[in-house]
Design a protein around this ligand. Structure first.
Ligand SMILES: *Cc1c(COP(=O)(O)O)cnc(C)c1O
Length: 416
């Protein structure tokens, strides 16, 4: 029997396992179905502990880490909670946490790169990102040597650091514009000969990789939680948590109720919150004013079949919006109580939890998983030199020949 199959959520048809969309319906996500109904952790390194529920046939041995879940004492007691589990994604050697780019984007990049290897893909993979995704793919590609084109808003280039000396398979292009401009440009390039798109939320490897946060939390705590908290931009992590929960519910050993999703966004730039609440919580100047611009995504997969709306409805979940001050206070509380630094986006999840506690949406003894999507960058800098990736090319979003210039230069450097 095959390890897994991939099906369209709209028409139910089995798809090519490596496809990013249904051959019939564009408005639906496709999803992985694993033949092994029970979660059996392996003793392989990093994320590959969850190999059985990842859509891969082999692993990348080097450089992968995984989520580390632990029961919170200090933050929990500060919030009056008794059953708070922190699913930590980042670098924290004292806790055996080794996601080397300090966010859960490493959980997406490794399975995605592994699948490119399986397909013997020689084309240049194109990734558009506000920073953390780009860093995670650069890390994985510096290990595998897969050619990679990163298209990143100029203002995010400071996030493109690496611990590797050799990044010769990676081209970093910066765009004057926002994340949406970067996505648009990357989309055009990915459609050209010699380039391939990584697929974002449509990519089952990205979602199932992020779903390992829930797998780790449930294996460690012993049960499906009542509540799951995460800061979101695209909401892909929320979709992934829901999908992983359904698999765990079907496993039978961890309870059969999927956790409520409590997803957090940062005011005044909260597009998903706006879509969910039917209000307008997006300032014209966005992403200016947001607590962490990795959380700003102008086209999140909200209404698509299997997307954020479906995930919220199926789990009786909700989206919250937190102010900059709430996020800053939450960051301070988390860092001082738990003893590790946060990537700012993760503080939005902590602030979301604080709002939910305040509003009585969670009870003192409820089982809660708090996804700390990124942390430990300061801790990492104590142990490693963080070097900025060199900028290969810098373009402007309304530059007519930007696309051609990039294609020509990148093919010259990385083309097969
Ligand atoms: C990308 C990112 C998020 C948001 O992830 P979604 O794709 O919206 O699930 C949250 N925190 C950090 C640190 C991130 O890098």
């Amino acid at each position: 029997m095959d390890k897994y199959s991939v099906k369209c959520l709209q028409c139910g048809e089995v798809q090519d396992p490596y496809s990013l969309a249904c051959s019939q319906s564009d408005d639906s996500l496709i999803r992985t179905y694993y033949s092994s109904e029970q979660l059996e952790p392996t003793d392989m390194p990093g994320i590959w502990r969850y190999y059985n529920w990842l859509p891969v046939e082999d692993i990348i041995e080097e450089g992968s880490g995984r989520t580390v879940t632990y029961k919170s004492e200090k933050l929990a007691s500060a919030l009056g909670l008794t059953n708070l589990w922190v699913a930590f994604n980042g670098y924290w050697p004292e806790k055996d946490a080794y996601l080397m780019t300090c966010t859960f984007k490493d959980l997406e990049s490794f399975p995605t790169m592994q699948r490119l290897r399986e397909q013997d893909e020689k084309r240049v993979m194109v990734v558009a990102s506000a920073g953390n995704t780009a860093r995670a793919f650069a890390h994985a590609c510096s290990i595998t040597g897969q050619p990679l084109l990163l298209v990143v808003p100029e203002e995010s280039a400071h996030r493109l650091w690496t611990t590797h000396d050799d990044n010769s398979s990676v081209c970093l292009v910066t765009v004057k514009g926002d994340y949406f401009d970067a996505i648009t440009l990357a989309g055009k390039i990915a459609a050209r000969d010699g380039f391939v798109n990584e697929g974002g939320a449509k990519n089952v490897a990205r979602r199932d990789g992020m779903g390992t946060v829930m797998l780790d939390a449930v294996l460690t705590s012993g049960n499906l939680p009542d509540h799951y908290f995460q800061a979101v931009g695209s909401g892909t992590g929320g979709i992934s948590a829901w999908e992983a929960s359904m698999r765990l519910a079907a496993d039978g050993r961890f309870g059969n109720t999927v956790p409520k999703l409590h997803l957090g966004q940062s005011l005044p730039c909260a597009p998903l919150y706006s879509l969910w609440k039917g209000s307008d919580a997006v300032d014209a100047a966005c992403p200016d004013g947001i607590y962490d611009d990795v959380l700003f995504n102008r086209k999140p997969p909200f209404a698509v079949k299997g997307g954020v709306k479906d995930a919220l409805e199926a789990t009786d979940g909700d989206i919250y919006a937190v102010s900059k001050q709430e996020a800053a206070d939450a960051q301070e509380l988390f860092e001082s109580s738990e003893g590790i630094d946060l990537i700012p986006a993760a503080a939005v999840a902590v602030a979301t939890l604080m709002q939910a506690v305040e509003a009585g949406k969670v009870k003192a003894d409820d089982r809660i998983v708090l996804n700390i999507t990124g942390g430990g960058q300061k801790r990492l800098a104590e142990d490693y030199e963080l070097k900025l990736l060199p900028v290969f090319l810098s373009v402007s979003a309304d530059d007519e020949d930007a696309e051609d210039r990039i294609v020509t230069a990148v093919m010259e450097k990385l083309g097969a």
